[in-house]
Write a protein of this length. Structure first.
Length: 219
């Protein structure tokens, strides 16, 4: 089961946002991210957070419709997004997509992006913004990309060093390379042949790439 966690970031195009959804997705609202679900004409399956970004009448209406509300204290030690991801995993999600996670407050935007690397989550987590997707590749893993020829791919090291970086199908190839934290060498590569791959031996690598917005809902 795939879970879509909606975050309380900025959304400029709801038509594009809605194109990520499949009929069987578990829809989770991370506090104010619930408003994005409602703006799409959908109803969340569960809402998680301290609910400081949701009007009381919205919470009451959702409860009356049978939506599960997981309310937390305002002085919690985790963000609403982290709690929503944990709830999605408890519900049995084997894949999680974060929507509406960027824009607005810079601190929350950075935290939402870096949560991908916070720990080895028990299910793969991706973050989508417009036509771009971000995900973390860990040591020993390989990421396969099926984007269009010429589409941009950027790789940003999140650990002190990322070793054994090897690309196939990319305009600017790397073979067993090492990138250090803060390096911009991996920015703005391009897919030259599909499928392209990125493999690393050790470390954490954030990869941002373009995708076709139409999800494979039968997968």
């Amino acid at each position: 089961m795939r879970a879509i966690v909606f975050v309380n970031g900025m959304v400029e195009n709801y038509e594009r946002l809605g194109s990520w959804l499949c009929p069987d997705d578990l829809l989770v609202g991370a506090d104010g991210g619930t408003l994005h679900i409602l703006a799409l004409g959908k109803r969340p399956h569960v809402v998680v957070g301290d609910l400081d970004s949701l009007p009381d009448y919205t919470v009451a209406a959702l409860e009356s419709e049978g939506v599960q509300i997981e309310r937390h204290r305002p002085d919690k030690s985790q963000t609403d997004l982290e709690l929503a991801i944990e709830r999605a995993l408890r519900e049995g999600a084997d894949e999680i997509l974060l929507l509406g996670a960027l824009g607005g407050r810079l601190d929350q935007t950075l935290a939402n992006l870096l949560i991908l690397a916070q720990r080895e989550w028990s299910a793969p987590i991706r973050l989508a913004e417009g036509e771009q997707v971000a995900q973390v590749v860990r040591g020993g893993e390989q990421l396969t990309l099926h984007g269009q020829i010429g589409s941009i791919v950027s790789a940003i090291p999140l650990s002190p060093q990322v070793t054994g970086i090897t690309y196939t199908g990319m305009r600017y190839p790397l073979q067993n390379a090492t990138l250090s934290f803060g390096s911009t060498r991996g920015i703005s590569n391009e897919i030259a042949g599909t499928p392209a791959t990125i493999r690393i031996n050790s470390g954490l690598l954030l990869v941002v790439y373009h995708v076709d917005l139409i999800p494979d809902c039968g997968a």
